[in-house]
Design a protein around this ligand. Structure first.
Ligand code: VGL
Ligand code: ZN
Length: 198
């Protein structure tokens, strides 16, 4: 088995002081840097929205952040404006060692559809291309770390398991948003899908 490390959305806006700060989001950075030294294949994801993205509450008059709306592809939580393309908030945390990464997968770039997963947009069908990359590299096993456990990490882990990868989520190197019990729900869903929660 060849394993790759998938580092999910370790960006300024998901760290303390950011627009969609995940509690303790920056705490995972040193441990992720250290874990990178054990992998030959490292992939980073970067949430990368155009201004006015449809996942932003500001694009839905009368709605506020953390409310849910029905989109063409299903329920969508609305977020504060975050990770806008080219912004400081969209940049990787300055302490993250980005040099060893072979690939950066940017996601959430389509104006009308959000993308939590590193593999598919939120319609669970439009691919990012990551599966093709991993297949051509002969990678069958993925270790996942980053932000946020209950959204982008969960969606990535579930998609990867569905695609047939062996998936481990290092919970100590993830942090959650935890909206209304979403962390417990995410952990149950991942465990149910055969994801190893370490
Ligand atoms: C994320 C909400 C919106 C994440 C991204 O990285 O978990 N969450 N966009
Ligand atoms: Zn986003």
């Amino acid at each position: 088995m060849t394993a790759a490390l998938l580092v999910i959305d370790v960006q300024n806006d998901f760290c303390p002081g950011g627009a969609l700060a995940v509690p303790g989001g920056d705490e995972v950075v040193p441990g992720i840097n250290e874990l990178m030294t054990a992998f030959g294949d490292i992939i980073l994801t970067q949430d990368w929205h155009p201004a006015g993205h449809s996942s932003f509450a500001s694009a839905h008059p009368g709605k506020g952040p953390f409310e849910t709306v029905e989109m063409a592809y299903g329920a969508q939580v609305l977020w504060p404006d975050h990770c806008v393309q080219g912004s400081h908030g969209g940049a990787f945390h300055p302490g993250l060692d980005t040099a060893p990464a072979r690939v950066v997968i940017r996601k959430g770039m389509s104006p009308e559809i959000d993308s939590y997963s590193a593999f598919f947009e939120n319609d669970r069908a439009t691919p990012t291309g990551l599966d093709g990359y991993l297949q051509t590299r002969g990678i069958t096993e993925l270790v996942m770390v980053g932000l946020a456990t209950d959204f982008c990490v969960q969606f990535s882990a579930l998609d990867a398991a569905r695609l047939g990868y062996k998936v481990t989520v290092r919970r100590d190197l993830c942090r959650a948003i935890d909206l209304d019990g979403s962390l417990a729900q995410a952990e149950a869903a991942m465990a149910g899908a055969g994801v190893l929660l370490e």
